[in-house]
Design a protein around this ligand. Sequence first.
Ligand code: FAD
Length: 477
Amino acid sequence: MSNALITIKVDGIFNLHSLRENAVQYDVAIIGGGPAGLAIASELSHNWRVLVVEKGQAGTTKRSWFVPLNVVDDKVRPYTYGGVTRFLANTCTGAKAQWKARLFERYPYVDETRLLPHWVSVIRDNGSEVLDQCEYRSHEVGANGVSVDTSKGKFQARLLIDCSGYNSSIAQQYGISRAGYYWWSVYGAVGDHPNGLHGMEVGDYMMWQTFADTNTNPDASLQQGRPVFEYEILDPRTSFSLILYLRKEILTREQMEPVYQRIIREEASTAAFHDMDIKEIKYGWYPSASVSQELARERVIFAGDAACWTTPCGWGMSFILNNYRDFSGKLDAALRADTLGRSELAAIPHFRFRERGEIVLNAVMTHFLSDAAAPLLDRFIGLFNPASEYHIDPIYCEKVFTLDITTEEVRNMMGTVLKAFTLKELLSFLPPSEAGLLLEEAAYFVGESVLEEARSWFHLGAVDPVGRGRNHGFDFV
Ligand SMILES: Cc1cc2nc3c(=O)[nH]c(=O)nc-3n(C[C@H](O)[C@H](O)[C@H](O)COP(=O)(O)OP(=O)(O)OC[C@H]3O[C@@H](n4cnc5c(N)ncnc54)[C@H](O)[C@@H]3O)c2cc1C
């Protein structure tokens, strides 16, 4: 155990009343030194004694993030760079969309190699601890606090925050089910382009690209859901290109690697990548699921991927940056008031209230990616083509993923989707639970009478009139 661990700050802020023998007392114990754990600890450590427990080395996540500019606060801004200036989309049928960002650097990159170590320094400078190579094993909740057992000994805290990521064993212990989740599986590489970018520009972001033969993959397990190719051009020699599957199952590295290799080495439409040297492989996954699950237990609260902050279809880092200060402020108040019971913690909002239209759009986009037949997904991507009669601004897609979209933009996009697809087509791949949501939203655009028949096909009954505007949860079950 390091000396730092037994340094107790005696300025009266820390609550030491339940200090037990053989266990160091903290106000807050955070499991996981990834972006969620470090961001929240960097805030809470201003007023409380915090312990971050990380089984590897805190702050060394290697994922590569770009995030909406409006979630970047002054504290994080120095650790961002560059950004997307050109959104592109490309379908296997040849439809292309290209859109130059009106607001320059609308989506900057986060320099993970600097931001995360910066948070570690803030936590330590505030007198709190980050313990590396320290694995959480179990915990017990008592009347005055939580006893946490780790590979480096036992610790006491008043509050436990689980930031251990998508595979949280704490959530599993509490029986929080992930059975209904969808998962984004990601495989890609940061690449060096020694011969230049072959027409691609720094700031390019290929949002979604599909390929003709992706659903004829001989591996039967890859036939549901389709790989979507994305890339970001980071500088005149460097790209980050990746494939994404959004599905019920997490795909293995071994399943994804050959698909990625074929796409970047053999597809005619990715010729600019054929001579790329791979510098660093990136592989991982993150959840996309319920917004309505209960995210707290007695003296325990979940955050980040462990609480599915990526919900419903968004990006985890963006959610962390968008919410960590507000969330930490609410925890600070709960610690001061000593309101750390299950129902009190469960009442703490994790992120801003979403409107139903936004939830429905998330559902529609998720199921286009995960369940729609290839021609339907390609038609959807084609809506972003400036030459298309519909032409949706591609930025809307990113705004949907980051819960960053205004009500008016939701209405525009929803209205266009409902014009470009028949209800029958949309209902062919939306599960019945979300079909009801879509019909309620569709009523706004096409009128009640047209929907009566559709409701009867799906035995959905009448719309609850008070349902409009309510947060429905988007549970995917
Ligand atoms: C390849 C890839 C690209 C991505 N790109 C973007 C993007 O462009 N924009 C965006 O917004 N989001 C992006 N994401 C999503 C984002 O990275 C995640 O949502 C985010 O990392 C979640 O952070 P977290 O701290 O909750 O979890 P994690 O990053 O998973 O961190 C959890 C930490 O807990 C530790 N831990 C786990 N179990 C234990 C234990 N028992 N004891 C101690 N420590 C433990 C782990 O070692 C880890 O350090 C991407 C994800 C991937 C995989």
